[in-house]
Design a protein around this ligand. Structure first.
Ligand code: NAD
Length: 260
């Protein structure tokens, strides 16, 4: 196992599944102590146990990232246990309700924006005071939706939240550069995870869909969706000193899907 992140402490949101889980394991393999923020779920405990089995430190905290008090308390607990934060991966997200705009309820809009965008803001906001002294790296999971892809019919709330994350990351990169905190944003294409569990596609989407068909598949590079571990490799790079001059950048990881 590598020690490139030895003595570093990372906070990862949405750490119990998919991209967050793969990244937690990857950073731990590289020597990092990992604080796993997710909703109470035995999947996150399994990640915590796997990291302990590697001989690395890990702490699972039951956090809804859209809840200001719970995020604040969780960050406080991290500081009590580890004394600092070096790396933040603001990754928790949901697809939410897929619906034509005219049928989308304000409540459904709010839910998606609250988890994806407000959750990112709250995670970053609460970590900043503890990163200012020594600097660090913040990575935010956006998506190709909202930046390069707009044919995810019914995903107007999701795409708006994901576009918001890109703008937020760039604002944060400039604001935090003086503290040597780098901020970057990743934009995955289709990745094989459990995000379908947090997706509610309404029947009305059929009435606004425009067929988009690529007979040879959507991802020219590998002819299929990416794996969470491939995204974790990118996050590992952005978390490590190997990306020391990179800040305020969005990076697409989609097997050339959005170039079609
Ligand atoms: P996933 O469902 O496998 O993992 C998401 C995790 O976030 C889950 O463990 C879930 O419990 C957690 N989560 C959801 N709401 C939360 C909340 N309110 N507070 C705390 N944790 C919460 O999905 P994933 O694909 O790994 O998603 C991770 C990120 O990647 C999301 O931001 C998603 O929008 C983004 N993304 C995914 C894809 C894809 O194709 N899978 C593509 C582009 C972007």
């Amino acid at each position: 196992m590598s020690e490139i992140l030895k003595d570093k402490v990372a906070v990862i949101t949405g750490a119990g599944s998919g991209i967050g889980r793969a990244t937690a394991l990857q950073l731990a393999r590289n020597g990092c102590s990992i604080c796993l923020f997710d909703l109470n779920d035995n999947r996150t405990e399994e990640v915590e146990n796997t990291i302990h089995d590697m001989g690395r430190e890990s702490l699972f905290l039951d956090v809804d990232v859209s809840d200001p008090q719970r995020v604040e308390r969780a960050v406080q607990t991290v500081i009590e246990r580890f004394g600092k934060i070096d790396i933040v991966f603001a990754n928790a997200g949901i697809n939410g309700t897929l619906s034509p705009i005219e049928d989308l309820t304000p409540e459904a809009w709010d839910e998606t924006l609250a988890v994806n965008l407000k959750g990112t803001f709250l995670t970053v906001k609460n970590a900043i005071p503890h990163m200012k002294k020594s600097g660090g790296s913040i990575i935010i999971t956006s998506s190709i939706n909202g930046s390069r892809k707009f044919s995810g019919f019914g995903m107007s709330a999701y795409s708006a939240s994901k576009a918001g994350q890109v703008a937020f990351a760039k604002m944060a990169a400039l604001e935090l550069a003086r503290y040597k905190i780098r901020v970057n944003v990743i934009c995955p294409g289709a990745i094989e995870t459990n995000i379908g569990e947090n997706t509610e596609r309404t029947k009305q989407v059929d009435k606004i869909s425009i067929p988009v068909v690529y007979p040879e598949g959507n991802q020219p590079l590998e002819h299929g969706p990416g794996q969470p571990e491939q995204v974790a490799d990118l996050v590992m790079f952005l978390a490590s000193p190997q990306s020391s001059h990179i800040s305020g950048t969005e990076i697409f990881i989609d097997g050339a899907e959005t170039l079609l």
